[in-house]
Design a protein around this ligand. Structure first.
Ligand code: SME
Length: 148
């Protein structure tokens, strides 16, 4: 999938949908169009926890609430920096959700300098996420910060 084309299509989703549907439409779009994005979820920061919002994937996760600072998700929320893990089995912070997951990316959603949420993507493939994916997803995070 072409990242620029995807960004244009995501901008269209933002323009053409009710505010309440936009986040779900975007995770659905990413799941449908990026074959290595096996599970996509948006977490919202609430007090000291991350709370799962819209998601798309084959299975539901039991990690619907993650304390900030725990797991790869909690690390990214704490630091405000994108995390890419090429092989989750080698990362001690990893909180397992799906037996099929091999790699993961977590991109913070930052508004006015504060982490208000994040995009979490699990892949069933090793090394699924490149610098291009992080740049692409950081642009999406910047768009959706207004809809969280
Ligand atoms: N693997 C994450 C937990 C969330 S699930 O991937 C949906 C982590 O280590 O924080």
């Amino acid at each position: 999938m072409d990242y620029d084309k995807a960004l244009k299509e995501i901008s269209k989703i933002v323009l053409c949908n009710d505010k309440k549907n936009i986040l779900q439409e975007i995770v659905d779009y990413l799941f449908k169009n990026f074959k290595t994005y096996s599970w996509i979820g948006i977490y919202f920061v609430k007090d000291a926890d991350l709370i799962l919002g819209p998601w798309q994937g084959t299975n539901a996760t039991e990690h619907v609430r993650i304390p900030v600072g725990e797991g790869i998700c909690g690390s990214a929320a704490k630091s405000g920096k994108t995390e890419i893990v090429d092989d989750v089995s080698l990362d001690k912070r990893y909180l397992a959700c799906f037996i099929s997951t091999r790699s993961e990316i977590v991109v913070p959603i930052i508004k006015n300098g504060v982490v208000i949420g994040e995009i979490d993507i699990d892949s069933d493939f090793y090394n699924a996420f490149s610098k291009e994916d992080s740049i692409f997803l950081e642009k999406i995070a910047d768009i959706i910060k207004n809809f969280c």
